[in-house]
Design a protein around this ligand. Structure first.
Ligand code: UDP
Length: 475
């Protein structure tokens, strides 16, 4: 097990985005309640990776603020071998309702899972003390709950995955997980209440939506010149060269857009005034980049002058994810088959990942510049890209799947496509927004309001305070 070094950020920094009355509540009520409850003890988070993935991103956002609020917050990462991670990836897929690698979840898997976590628990024992609270994230470290509880320490389990519809796969995963959780967990936190299995007691069930960091390079304010300059620099639009494009790094130091994107395109880049429709996602089959392309070409292209940008991270940077290269290859092959005029209005973009904060700043610029941001996922626990675009007042078209239906109210703060495979419905929603900029602006305005109301860190921190107090009370 190793500990991730965490900085502290004063919650006052949130004043740029969080309304004054909420900030006061955070500073004067929520933070003191957390500090009083813990009385100098620690909140110890345990997950399975320090970088990459939504969980690490979420911890990076929230934990520095709790430290800044005077709560000793720590983050430990379990140490495990490849067999362990193959097993937990299997569990992860099954909890999403799919077969994953189709492998077993039998006695020998249990034995290995328990043995790895037993070794981790020996290190953990030396790191935590009575009075602390432990928050275990996701299935990988879940088997530590018994040991933690046996030391008299309250246990919270935060599950970031799930589907509404249970099936044989989810049942298999939950049968495996249940004995490690049910006897020991004082509070469960899910992204949607529907994701919790029915044996989770209602009085121990909490729902917290992921929040975004309004100050991070991904979401920080960006003036119009920097938006187009950044996209011009990386090669997505045709913007005249200007001075260096800068952003603020999370530690406050200046960052500069240096790298270029890998862009697959025919002909010149779209001009500054060409409307862009953009989806920014990992190259994952469930994000349906291919469907976005066909929906755009068949139902948007001819009636508008918009260009489509399908952007994801460079696939070489995710060498451990062979699926990404495969998906990009498929989209590229389909793009090559498009008629010439269509090809010249669709670009495939791989964003550089040499510097993750630079990558984030490019995503920021693209979400701000796009006339319509789309997220045509076939499944989605909770779409961070949706919240990010909402916060930036972007008009959004997204599939009505998973957590997205909690984020967007159709026709109020975005457009939902009821059937994510219906390309005509998707295309009509996108065209509708391109043709009616005033309506699109209104949706974008309402989207920003919703993001501010529900998806900023102070909201999550207040809910976390309730979870911690409840877990301590129960224990
Ligand atoms: N993202 C990014 N760079 C990219 C593509 C995606 O930073 O090139 C980010 C995106 O902005 C979002 C996250 O990856 O913060 C994806 O989270 P989401 O919940 O949308 O989907 P997930 O990848 O977790 O399934």
């Amino acid at each position: 097990m190793f500990e991730v070094r965490l900085g502290a950020r004063p919650p006052e920094d949130l004043a740029v985005a969080v309304p004054q009355d909420r900030l006061r509540r955070l500073l004067d009520e929520v933070a003191p309640r957390m500090r009083d409850g813990l009385q100098g003890h620690s909140v110890v988070n345990i997950n399975s990776t320090a970088t990459g993935g939504g969980v690490a991103e979420m911890l990076q956002v929230l934990l520095p603020f709790t430290r800044g609020a005077g709560v000793d917050t720590r983050w430990l990462v379990v140490d495990a071998d490849a067999d362990f991670f193959a097993l937990t990836k299997r569990l992860h897929h099954r909890m999403h309702g799919s077969a994953g690698d189709g492998g077993p979840l039998g006695p020998s898997e249990r034995e290995h899972y328990e043995q790895v976590l037993h070794e981790n628990s020996e290190q953990l024992a030396a790191t935590v003390a009575p009075g602390d609270v432990v928050i275990i994230h996701d299935p990988q470290p879940a088997g530590l709950a018994a040991a933690v509880k046996s030391w008299g320490i309250p246990v919270v389990w935060r599950c970031h995955v799930g589907v509404e519809e249970q099936n044989e796969h989810t049942k298999g995963a939950w049968d495996f997980m249940r004995p490690y959780l049910e006897p020991y967990v004082d509070a469960y936190v899910f992204t949607r209440s529907e994701y919790a299995p029915d044996w989770v007691p209602k009085d121990r069930l909490f729902v917290i939506k992921p929040s975004i960091d309004p100050l991070a390079p991904k979401n920080q304010p960006m003036d119009a010149q920097t938006v187009v300059g950044t996209l011009g620099h990386v090669g997505i639009i045709d913007a005249p060269p200007s001075e260096p494009m800068m952003f603020a790094r999370s530690d406050g130091s200046p960052g500069r857009i240096r790298h270029f994107a890998d862009v697959i395109r025919t002909g010149p880049a779209p001009g500054i005034d060409s409307p862009l429709v953009a989806q920014i996602s990992r190259w994952d089959p469930l994000k349906d980049m291919l469907g976005v392309m066909h929906g755009f070409v068949e139902h948007v292209l001819d009636g508008t002058d918009a260009h489509l940008v399908l952007a994801g991270p460079v696939v070489s940077a995710v060498a451990d994810d062979p699926e990404a290269a495969e998906v990009l290859e498929q989209v590229f092959a389909a793009w090559r088959q498009l008629r010439h005029t269509a090809r010249s209005r669709v670009q495939l973009v791989c964003l550089p990942l040499t510097d993750v904060e630079e990558n984030a700043a490019i995503v920021n610029a693209l979400q701000r510049h796009a006339s319509v941001v789309v997220q045509k996922s076939l499944a989605e626990g909770f779409g961070l890209t949706v919240t990010e675009a909402m916060y930036k007042s972007a008009p959004i078209v997204a599939s009505a799947v998973g957590g997205i239906v909690d984020q967007i109210t159709d026709g109020v703060n975005g457009r939902l496509v009821a059937d994510p495979t219906d390309l005509a419905e998707f295309g009509a929603a996108v065209s509708g927004l391109l043709e009616d900029p005033a309506a699109a602006r209104e949706l974008g305005r309402a989207a920003h309001e919703r993001a501010v109301a529900d998806f900023l860190p102070d909201t999550s921190l207040e809910l976390w305070q309730e979870v911690l107090i409840s877990a301590m009370g129960r224990a």
